[in-house]
Design a protein around this ligand. Sequence first.
Ligand SMILES: [Zn+2]
Length: 369
Amino acid sequence: MPRPELFGHAIVGWTCHARGLGCAKPHRRKPDVDEAIPSPEAEWPDHMLAKADACLYCRSRALTEEISGVADHFFGCVPFESDFARCADCGSLVQMRPLTSEALPRAYASYYTHKQEHHGEIGRGLKGWLRHQYVASRFRQDSSALARFGAVAYRLAGGNWQETDAAYRFVPPAPARVLDYGCGSGAYLKSLKQLGYDVTGVDFDAHSIALSRASGLRAFALDELPREEWHGRFDAITLGHVIEHVHDPASLLADLRGWLAEGGMVFIEAPNAQATGLDLFGKYWRGLEAPRHLAIPTIAGLEAILARAGLQITHRAVRRSVRPWMWDESLQAMPESVRQKTLLAARNAPKLAAENAEFLTVVARPVPS
Ligand SMILES: [Zn+2]
């Protein structure tokens, strides 16, 4: 039976990397009937869990436990629950006992398939055609009269051009050089390549790399990055739903800063630790996604960590299609007994704004020297 869609579902440009660093819709592995099931304690001994002593974004040690008992609702990869603390300085959420870097890949082990992203999904009818012209004009520098007319008409006809720009991660027009860090199966890069971009991908997962390469993309595993060669190379680096998955986001951003070409930009999207959805759904909120989300930033946390890498936020977007999707997913994870109350609260939720959006969607650039 198809599950009910309570808040609607349409979302454009949502990253769906089942085995990559990005978030994904649930694709659970079917258990093998003959498989012996060891106890959770034997499978996940205590030494696999580290202890958070500081905020990953602003380095503050003022952490206070706020959300406890977060289960792996969306993938069911681990049998244990996780707890999150709130940073008193920047407000970010930090997992109190995160899996160590050696153990963390096991929390991705049950993903068994790869769902395609919807980048470049153009749509049908006149509006679809207009969107196509908008994309050609905006991202392919197609200066034909037809593309220019279509692009203007798309905006005049109420086309969601902000969402389209966000789906393409605000990258500069082709033929810019784009690095997608956390590229998964490479669907986003494929759509850029079709628009004439020079694209490169990075992922931590060997299977994702293999899939990307099979589609003819240039893709690298974390241990084979040509770091020296990449110095000053990329016009845009995209980090869609990656920063919340890594143990050391500060050193990642320092690397990315070094790989940016003159005038380059970094796109970052991550769940927002000040989202209305977190207030509504608490430990069932989709954005928590324990144990894979190690720390969920606020805008202040993101600003702090970017500043340390010599970067600053130059643009911030609100993606309207995200809220219904996130709320619907969260509600599905809730027990029946509390859903009704939450649905009522959702009706009186504050209006969508940058501060309370489900995702932080930003573009950052080097701080002028
Ligand atoms: Zn902090």
